[in-house]
Design a protein around this ligand. Structure first.
Ligand code: FEO
Length: 404
C-alpha cells in the first residue's frame, strides 16, 4: 500500500526503507537497513527528486503515483546517478514519458552508460544544468549546486530557494531504515544513529574530504532550514550540529580524544597482549577505550572507529611472512580512505620471524600525518614478564599523548 508522508504542504516523502538487503553496495553490512529517499514537489509544475533502488521498485512507484494524485510528472531531477537512487529511472520514464530529466552533463553521460536505450521507448528529454542554474516550478524556485565527488563526479544538490530546503544527495545521509519517523528530531539520533551516520560517511564519502569541504563552504552561503538527504532522516532542527560532524570528518580531525585497540590474532596471544594494554591504559586514567578483533568486526566499523578516535593501537600476528590478513585488509582500507592525522602504537607477534610490526609501520608511513609513538612491542608467541614492562611503557606513552 502507499506509504508517503507530507514534509511541507507541497513536499512529499516518497522514499522506501529496505530491511532485506544484507550488504549495501554489496560490501557494507546494514543490520539496521537503509532508506532510499525520494521526494515529490507539487507546484504549478511537479518534480520528483531522484528515484530509488531497484529492490524497492513496487513500493516506490505506488508512492510516486499517490503523491502525484493523478497529476503528470513534469520533471525528474537526478542529483545522483548511483543505482541505489537511479536504478528506477528507466521504468519511471516508461510510466511518465513526458517528464523532462534535469541533471548534470556528467549524469546524462552516466545515464547513457547505465541505462542505454532503456530510458523510454524514445529518448527522454534531458535538460542539463550547471552551477547556479535555476528551474522554476511556479512558487518554488530551484537552484542547482554542483557537488562533484560527493560521492561520484556527476553529483549535484538542489536548493529550493522558496522554502530553503537543500536536497543534498548522499551528503548528510546515513545507514538505517526509517520506521515512520522521517525527521531526525523525532529519533534518538545521537545515541541510536550517529555511529551508523559516521560509518556511512567515512566509508562511502570519506575518501573525498576536500570535495566535501568545498560543498560545505557553498552550503554555508545558503539559508538552509531543512536538509533532505538520499538516505536516513530529514533534518529540520539542530542542522548545525550534524553539519559540524561532517566538517570534522571531512577535515580528518578526530571526533573523540580516546584509544581504539584493534588486534589481528590467530590463537589469542596477540589478543591477550592487546587487551592487557587496554587494562594498563585504563590504570593510567584513559577512559572510553574500545577494543576490536579485526577478524570479527567488519572493516567498515573499524575504519569508522579509526576516524572517530585520536589514538589507535594496531596489534597483529605475522602470517605468511606478512601482516595477518584482517589487519592487512584494514590497513589497505584506511589508506584507501585517506586516513590521516592520528597517533598510532604497534604490537607485533611472530613465533619464529616477526614481520608484522615492520610491515604495519611501512603502511602507516605512506599515510599522511600519522605519528607512531612508543616502541613496537614485539612478541614471540605468548607475552613474557619482560614484555609486560614494554606494554607498560607503551601505555605510558599513549596515556601521556592522550593528555596533550
Ligand atoms: Fe546513495 Fe552514492 O549513493
Amino acid at each position: 500500500m502507499k506509504n508517503i508522508q507530507t514534509i511541507t504542504k507541497d513536499l512529499v516523502y516518497v522514499g522506501v526503507s529496505d530491511r532485506r538487503t544484507a550488504l549495501f553496495e554489496n560490501v557494507y553490512p546494514i543490520p539496521r537497513g537503509v532508506s532510499y529517499n525520494s521526494y515529490v514537489l507539487l507546484d504549478e509544475k511537479t518534480a520528483l527528486l531522484d528515484t530509488a533502488d531497484a529492490t524497492v521498485g513496487e513500493q516506490f512507484f505506488e508512492n510516486v503515483e499517490a503523491a502525484l494524485a493523478g497529476r503528470p510528472l513534469d520533471y525528474l531531477i537526478v542529483n545522483h546517478m548511483e543505482p541505489d537512487h537511479a536504478a528506477l529511472i528507466a521504468p519511471l520514464l516508461l510510466r511518465y514519458p513526458q517528464a523532462t530529466v534535469v541533471c548534470t552533463a556528467k549524469a546524462a553521460q552516466m545515464m547513457q552508460q547505465f541505462l542505454g536505450a532503456r530510458t523510454s521507448s524514445s529518448a527522454p528529454e534531458i535538460k542539463t544544468v550547471k552551477e547556479g542554474d535555476t528551474l522554476s516550478l511556479g512558487r518554488h524556485q530551484l537552484t542547482f549546486v554542483m557537488a562533484p565527488m560527493v560521492h561520484w563526479p556527476e553529483v549535484m544538490m538542489t536548493y529550493d530557494q522558496t522554502d530553503k530546503v537543500l536536497f543534498s544527495a548522499d551528503a548528510f545521509g546515513t545507514f538505517g531504515a526509517l520506521s515512520g519517523n522521517i525527521f531526525a528530531d523525532e529519533v534518538n539520533f545521537e545515541t541510536e544513529w550517529l555511529d551508523d551516520a559516521r560509518r556511512y560517511f567515512i566509508n562511502i564519502v570519506g575518501k573525498y574530504g576536500q570535495p566535501v569541504q568545498t560543498v560545505l563552504k557553498k552550503a554555508a552561503t545558503l539559508d538552509i532550514q531543512m536538509i533532505c538527504p538520499l538516505h536516513g532522516p530529514v533534518w529540520r532542527e539542530n542542522i548545525g550540529w550534524f553539519v559540524g560532524k561532517h566538517d570534522m570528518w571531512s577535515r580528518y580531525e578526530p571526533e573523540d580524544k580516546g584509544v581504539v585497540i584493534i588486534y589481528g590474532s590467530i590463537y589469542g596471544h596477540t589478543e591477550s597482549a592487546a587487551l592487557r594494554l587496554g587494562t594498563l591504559l585504563a590504570q593510567r586514567g584513559v577512559k572510553h577505550i574500545k577494543a576490536y578483533d579485526a577478524s570479527r568486526t567488519h572493516a567498515s566499523e573499524l575504519v569508522a572507529e579509526c576516524f572517530r578516535a585520536s589514538h589507535v593501537v594496531l596489534a597483529s600476528s605475522t602470517y605468511n611472512n606478512g601482516i595477518f590478513t584482517p589487519m592487512e585488509n584494514l590497513l589497505a582500507d584506511l589508506k584507501a580512505h585517506t586516513w590521516q592525522k592520528r597517533t598510532v602504537a604497534l604490537i607485533e607477534n611472530g613465533s619464529w620471524a616477526a614481520q608484522s610490526g615492520k610491515l604495519m609501520r611501512a603502511e602507516l608511513e605512506q599515510m599522511k600525518d600519522i605519528t607512531i609513538i612508543g616502541e613496537t612491542v614485539s612478541l614471540k608467541s605468548a607475552a613474557t614478564a619482560a614484555q609486560e614492562e614494554q606494554l607498560a611503557d607503551l601505555a605510558d606513552a599513549i596515556a601521556n599523548s592522550c593528555k596533550l
